[in-house]
Design a protein around this ligand. Sequence first.
Ligand SMILES: Cc1ncc(C[n+]2csc(CCOP(=O)(O)OP(=O)(O)O)c2C)c(N)n1
Ligand SMILES: [Mg+2]
Length: 372
Amino acid sequence: MARPRTNGATRTAKREASSVQRGPDGATLLRMYEAMLLTRLIDERGIKLQRQGRIRFFVPCMGQEAAQVAYAMALQDDDWIYPSYRDTGTILARGVPLTEYLAQLWGNGLDLSKGRQMPNHFAFADRRLVSISSPIGTQISQAVGTAMAMKRKGAKTVCAVSFGDGATSSNDFHAGMNFAGVYQAPCLFVCQNNHWAISLPVSEQTAQSDLASKADAYGFEGVKVDGNDAAAVYQATLAAAHRAREGGGPTLLEMVTYRIGAHSSSDDATKYRDAEEVEDWKSKDPIPRLCAVLEERGAWDAKRDAALRERLTKAVADAVDAVEKAPQIGVASMFDDVYGRVPPFLEEQRESLLDEVKERGGIGTGHGEFPL
Ligand SMILES: Cc1ncc(C[n+]2csc(CCOP(=O)(O)OP(=O)(O)O)c2C)c(N)n1
Ligand SMILES: [Mg+2]
């Protein structure tokens, strides 16, 4: 007779099941608040650094902190996440050190990706955060593949993939959702509906304004969540993850939120958006909202808030200083890490590149132009 499973995964599932009913406890709410605040501070600093010409490109996530931090915190460390380019909150909630996050924006010697990706296209393998895909939606089918691999291995882990409202119009959204539905992949489709795909409002993106209902077409559950309510995001994610771990298949989670900032540092959102709409959403800011919840519970006050802000602001400033001082990555490093033994024709190219760099007196800094 088969022995009952008593491994860690089963214990986690039991814990998860009871928290699904209770909702996040005070300590979890506080952890989420801290990560959301840190995300906001990084966001504000990131835009300034780009405007000062110290980094080349930045993608803000202001307004979406709850939709990012809370889903990431509801997952286990050994679950996989395919984030989108706007997922700063997800990355920080996963515990990526500030210096590792920032170094990717400089692409210098501290950057784990060795300057080989576009800025803001992070990858943190040790945190199970997969390299960000620039072509919209392509991470969705990749994530379903990872979820299927877990299922075939019998692992009790899930794979979450994050994308925007615009990505629901991509081929990969439909291919990934269909495949996950048919094969019951343990995949969480986290759609951050921030109402805009650059300058295109969601109403012009799709004739179905209820994005969660798109899951119906693929035979699994779609859940619409108030994406500015951290506790609601946490709980919905926990419930979906629990179901996926128990073999119940995928869930589409539509986090209804708003992009308060521009699409990226290359974009001027005032050209296509009404100021009133932005102001209206600013009044639904997820950070003061969670702060108010904590205060109501007697777990927070203005003094503690000021102290936390001061500590985090200093941590961001220190990390910026440390990363900015790091040396540039050597240009010849582009020949590393592909071949175990570099073939002779590449050795030759490397030598000729180094000769040219010497002749020119350096590699220059490029034009600094970035796409959207
Ligand atoms: C296949 C593809 N088409 C177009 C683009 C250009 N592009 C970059 S971001 C973006 C908008 C995506 O909007 P959404 O999915 O809502 O995500 P958000 O930026 O709002 O987080 C577009 C069209 C791209 N990166 N890939
Ligand atoms: Mg969007």
